[in-house]
Design a protein around this ligand. Sequence first.
Ligand code: A2P
Length: 273
Amino acid sequence: MRENSMVEERLPLPFPIPPGVFAETVTEVKHYTSRLFQFRMTRPRSFRFRSGEFVMIGLPNAEKPIYRAYSISSPAWDDELEFFSIKVPGGPLTEHLQKIVPGDTILMRKKPTGTLILDALLAGSRLFMLSTGTGIAPFASLMRDPETYEKFREVVVTHTCRERAELAYGYETVAKTLDDPLVGDEAREKLIHFPTTTREPSQTVGRITDKIDDLSLFRSIGGSPFNPEHDRVMICGSMAMLQELKSKLEGMGFTEGSNSSPGQFVIERAFVD
Ligand code: A2P
């Protein structure tokens, strides 16, 4: 009821909604640091996606709105859609997007896409989701999807940021996952969270690439080093991190997968940077 009255009271949009686009209402905004925030919005009834996919997001503030790719960080079963965003100083979209408040309108193109989906991976037993910064967003979706736990006996989510405060969204999402009535039991058994910082002291300091090289990642989680036979890897973060991890994995005999041809690892850039 409240949501309807909120929509009715909303001022008319300054520009018509472009074709092929949903206009949704912001329900929640949370700022973590001066560089990071999360927002949630209503989900169109007809909108379907696979956990891990991304959509194009824009604002109704111009005749031809600017769109940027955003991984959906909520799972496919959620009634709302959640996103985790960076604030780029002077960024054509995020400069405005960071000012949204509940009740505002967000535009979303209708078609989701992306390679960080379970269908792009061959069957395996351990799933590693390696992220830096906002690259944790698609994994926040996947770690809350029951299918992830149906397909893998162990799920390791690594998150590397410069500073401790930037890890907060990951900690919160993991805590929610462990408490969730749908996936909590399985997550408590199978989910391992491995957060690290690189420019401030924390429980674990260092880049994930170094933790793979010196094997400390595997020592910490109590497991064996990467093996393409039974390990599957999803990677999302900065371009440099993707390239380094891709060549590392290929050097170990992993092959890259896609929607049409599943493989042993998949990668995607954390887009707005
Ligand atoms: P570092 O602080 O050593 O550069 P950013 O905020 O620039 O997107 O970086 C997010 C995190 O990703 C930082 O902790 C950063 O570490 C790390 N990072 C940057 N480049 C790489 C890389 N090539 N391999 C692994 N981690 C990286």
